[in-house]
Design a protein around this ligand. Structure first.
Ligand SMILES: Cc1cc2nc3c(=O)[nH]c(=O)nc-3n(C[C@H](O)[C@H](O)[C@H](O)COP(=O)(O)OP(=O)(O)OC[C@H]3O[C@@H](n4cnc5c(N)ncnc54)[C@H](O)[C@@H]3O)c2cc1C
Length: 398
């Protein structure tokens, strides 16, 4: 019987079958990720290919893909449960299949045509192919509706020029879904189109982004498009519907990111509970007897139960196609913010040892930064979430 606090909550929140799936991925992470994590970190290497291959064998890359295309026929809750199970040890281990599915496969599932699905889904589900999400650019982050990457018509083809960055999984990618400006004169939100571009197409240049000190075992690439030619069959969704493809994808992606934040919080809670019972100070008694230490422990426990319950509810709404954009954003904002704040407090109640990599908290502390900024910066998302409450308020500086 697992002593993890998160398992106690999940048992009450999901069906037995779902819990069994979560437990299988948890056991995989205990055996194949946890023992090697410190070595990968100290050697500054990405998640090894053989671990990714084992994830593929478990079917993790095909979770929400219909069985008719070789997938597991699951749904978004399965994906989030996988993130909770892998992310407990390492957000990087979780985001590798997580982004491959929630940012790679999902746009195709949600917006692709039958020919595109038939051409790609079986290999994507088997982990033999990987799509990456090309939304962010050096000059376009939060203002993603207006990409500087362009696609211009050349007869029946399109020519793509510009640069994408921050593309998770670029190192393993077979294709990138590129969000490109196609009609700057069209109304906002209808100016762009998405294209499926093979990474080995002439004019595509990838390089791993240097100097990244968060999500260190996850690949993050910059991809340059030097007059890359693609055909009409490579358009994903409608011409002019590129931003819709991206935004629809991000709704589900934000639930996955919320799950990663809670996985880190769950790890920190268990780690602290153990440590404050072992560590003795003053009269050789455990530091867990101090009420200020207990305060932090209980705040973590409350935040975990509260946000996990909310997240499971959001997954159900998503699966029923009833989750709106603000709900997806809010659960990410709350989970990542609270987990980040509490990780700082968690480290403080453990003292100096918390600054050592082998203690396990510093990696979660650092990686939580990505959950606040990735898939929409929390502060930018707050502006969006306020709109249904306050309507459009003109910025007095404009
Ligand atoms: C490790 C990692 C992996 C990533 N993976 C991917 C990926 O796979 N694919 C992809 O396309 N992108 C990816 N991203 C990019 C991520 O989505 C962007 O970092 C994010 O959208 C924010 O964009 P930005 O960093 O350019 O910040 P900017 O847009 O420059 O914003 C900077 C800050 O300004 C403030 N701000 C901006 N706009 C507003 C606003 N409207 N209201 C209030 N405040 C605002 C916020 O504080 C914000 O954090 C990844 C990022 C990281 C760090």
């Amino acid at each position: 019987m697992s002593s993890r606090r998160i398992d106690h909550y999940l048992r009450a929140l999901v069906s037995e079958d779902r819990f069994d799936f979560y437990a299988a991925v948890r056991d995989f992470a205990d055996a194949e990720v946890a023992p090697h994590l410190l070595g990968w970190e100290r050697d500054h290497v990405l998640i090894p290919d053989e671990v990714i291959a084992k994830m593929a064998e478990l079917g993790l890359f095909g979770l929400p893909v219909p069985e008719s295309f070789g997938g597991q026929g699951g749904d978004h809750l399965d994906l989030v449960l996988m993130g909770l199970a892998l992310g407990y040890h390492s957000q990087c281990a979780a985001i590798t299949p997580g982004a491959a599915v929630s940012l790679g496969i999902k746009p195709l599932l949600l917006c692709g045509n039958e020919a595109q699905k038939a051409a790609h889904l079986p290999d994507l589900a088997a982990g033999k192919r990987m799509f990456v999400f090309g939304l962010s650019e050096p000059g376009r982050g939060s203002d993603a509706a207006n990409p500087q990457v362009t696609a211009t018509r050349d007869g029946a083809d399109w020519i793509i020029r510009g640069e994408k960055c921050w593309s998770t999984n670029a190192h393993w990618a077979s294709h990138v879904v590129v969000h490109a400006m196609t009609d700057p004169e069209a109304p906002n939100g209808k100016r762009s189109t998405c294209f499926i571009v093979p990474m080995d197409a002439a004019g595509v240049h990838y390089q791993e982004m240097a100097g990244k000190r968060v999500w260190e075992q996850s690949s993050t690439g910059s991809i340059v498009f030097d007059s890359v030619r693609v055909g009409a069959a490579d358009v994903l969704g409608e011409v002019g519907g590129g931003f819709k493809v991206m935004v629809t994808t991000l709704n589900g992606g934000r639930l996955f990111i919320a799950g990663l934040a809670l996985a880190s919080l769950a790890f920190a809670l268990d780690r602290c509970c153990r440590y404050v019972q072992e560590r003795e100070q003053f009269d050789d008694l455990p530091i867990g007897r101090f009420q200020r230490v207990q305060d932090v422990i209980l705040d973590m426990d409350i935040a975990l139960e509260q946000n996990l319950t909310w997240l499971m509810h959001c997954c159900d709404l998503y699966n029923a196609d009833r989750l709106d954009r603000e709900q997806a954003a809010k659960v990410k904002i709350a989970s990542s913010r609270q987990a980040s704040e509490l990780l700082g407090a968690a480290m403080e109640i453990c003292g100096g040892v918390a600054g050592l990599d082998e203690f396990g908290l510093i990696r979660h502390h650092n990686d939580l930064f990505v959950t606040r900024v990735g898939e929409g910066s929390n502060l930018a998302l707050k502006s969006q979430c306020c709109r249904p409450l306050l309507g459009e308020i003109k910025n007095i500086l404009q």
